[in-house]
Write a protein that binds this ligand. Structure first.
Ligand SMILES: C[S@@+](CC[C@H](N)C(=O)[O-])C[C@H]1O[C@@H](n2cnc3c(N)ncnc32)[C@H](O)[C@@H]1O
Length: 486
């Protein structure tokens, strides 16, 4: 049996997690299974809401089963109950018996319907926030977006001024000065940036504000409207555009070679991703299937007075048309939007992902992303990261890679991408932590494979650096800066 204990730091810190290890091993050894075909993986899932039960089983094609345990929640189980709870959970995991009702067939992670839930959250954000009384920012690391940190914004704008002064001195500064923000949320990031820009521009005295064109791009027109209102005092300097962040070139082609800054915060961790694993030297794709467990089916059917089939069809309808229209189309179940949002929240809380490992015939047959011109990036790009780490499971960050590679051509030769987000900065980290997926309120979060972005950018002639977000020490947020190499 292989045993993979990932949460190194948390094991040091948590006596409860350490003392769960003995009962976990006991429960696995007592299970009716060939131990030589078992893998035991222990994680520490930092997201209070997530897609896993405390113990789950994952079939590894042809070779056995992986038992995956969340040590954090094992540590929460009363010591006297631990052995019994784990024994029955392991037995259930091995019998493939998590039951429930599937919301989709088996698919690659990026294809899962959890991303439709995620998009719905941004399309109907106000309805969700009204129901919870919480703004989405409160779920972000630190409780608010780091893009609102004045000191960091100040530094960034002064660097832009230095570049523009320099280009101007060489008569090479274009008349229009473009800045693009992707994933605008409530517009607070834009307001902080633009208000500070005006203040610093007045002090600097070069009248750059007159020439500034700040473009806000997001796939949710609801969010865009809201963000636009937040910066309405900046008038014509701001435009709001519907942009799919994973394909920025589709709507922003006109910006090619012109953007001095592409400014992104807390978006890459919200884009669809696959996972690839190396197990005993063989490559696998992690396939997922979203489902609603039996217990939640019972609760939801009782609460809404429907049978399980009707419940599944209402979930499908919710994902297609959103809570407002769902209430209009099924008023007997949902007399108002609030009731439909309560349904949505109940379903989202219940959604779990089961997983299985399916062999990958070769990394070159796996498509990481495809550009607008049809150029394919294959899994070969992952090889150095996977080969360096032995048995490991990594995010491919497909959405972030597509977004990033689609954004680089928009940059002015001296422009930069600046991005505050949850990045892994070394492939080694995948061996010692859990990096998603987790649930933030109604959205999905996965840390982003930074070394992979770095490799991809290097191939395109860009240098990528990562620095801890200096203005909030101890934060998990890291700043990526990408610029053309000299
Ligand atoms: C967590 S919010 C971040 C907002 C803001 N940047 C901040 O730091 O507060 C993520 C934003 O990305 C947008 N977003 C997520 N996926 C997107 C996609 N595929 N295309 C465009 N926008 C997307 C959401 O609508 C939302 O506005």
């Amino acid at each position: 049996m292989d045993i993979d204990l990932r949460p190194e730091k948390k094991l040091r810190e948590s006596a409860a997690a350490r003392s769960a290890l003995g009962p976990i091993i006991e429960a696995v050894c007592a299970a009716p299974a060939d131990l030589s075909q078992l893998r035991l993986v222990c994680d520490w899932i930092q997201y209070r809401k997530n897609f896993r039960d405390v113990v789950v089983g994952r079939p590894v094609a042809d070779t056995g089963t992986e038992i995956a345990v969340d040590l954090r929640r094992c540590g929460d189980i009363e010591a006297g109950d631990l052995a019994g709870v784990l024994a029955s959970a392991v037995k259930r995991a091995l019998s493939g018996g998590d039951g429930g009702r599937a919301l989709e067939p088996w698919v690659a992670g990026r294809e899962s319907c959890i991303w439709r839930f995620n998009a719905l959250y941004w399309q109907a954000l106000s309805a969700w926030e009204n129901a919870t009384g919480r703004e989405y920012e409160q779920s972000l690391p630190g409780g608010e977006s780091d893009a609102r940190n004045i000191e960091a914004v100040h530094e960034l704008i002064l660097e832009l001024f230095r570049l523009w002064d320099d280009l101007d001195a060489r008569h090479a500064l274009p008349e229009e000065l473009y800045v693009l923000e992707l994933g605008v949320g409530n517009g607070n990031q834009a307001r902080t940036w633009l208000d500070e820009f005006v203040r610093l521009d007045q002090r600097h005295g070069r009248d750059y504000y007159r020439r500034l064109r700040y473009l806000m791009g997001d796939y949710s027109s609801h969010v865009l409207d809201r963000a636009h209102k937040t910066v309405v005092h900046h008038g014509d300097h701001v435009s709001a555009l519907v942009v799919e962040a994973t394909r920025p070139g589709m709507t922003l082609g006109f910006l090619t070679g012109k953007a001095f800054l592409v400014y992104i915060s807390n978006v890459y961790d919200n884009l669809p991703t696959d996972e690839i694993a190396c197990i005993r030297g063989r490559m696998y794709q992690v396939q997922t299937q979203a489902f609603v467990p039996d217990g939640d089916i019972e609760t939801l059917t009782a609460t809404y007075g429907v049978d399980p089939d009707t419940l599944m069809s209402l979930i499908g309808r919710l994902l297609r048309i959103g809570p407002e229209l769902l209430s209009e189309s099924a008023p007997s179940h949902f007399p108002d939007t609030g009731r439909a949002v309560a349904f949505w929240r109940g379903v989202w809380d219940a959604v779990r992902l089961r997983e299985r490992y399916v062999p990958l015939e070769g990394l070159d047959s796996y498509q990481v992303s495809q550009s607008l011109t049809g150029e394919t990036l294959t899994g070969e790009i992952l090889r150095p990261l996977l080969e360096a780490e032995g048995d490991v499971r990594v995010h491919v960050s497909n959405g972030a890679i597509s977004s990033f590679t689609g954004t680089l051509p928009l940059l002015h030769p001296f422009g930069r991408v600046q991005c505050h987000d949850l990045f892994l900065t070394s492939p080694r980290q995948y061996r010692s932590g859990f990096y998603g997926p987790g649930k933030y309120d109604g959205s999905v979060v996965n840390w982003v494979n930074g070394p992979l972005l770095q490799l991809v950018a290097n191939r395109r002639g860009f240098a990528v650096s990562f620095t801890p977000f200096r203005q909030r020490p101890g934060s998990n947020v890291t700043t990526l800066i990408a610029q053309a190499r000299d």
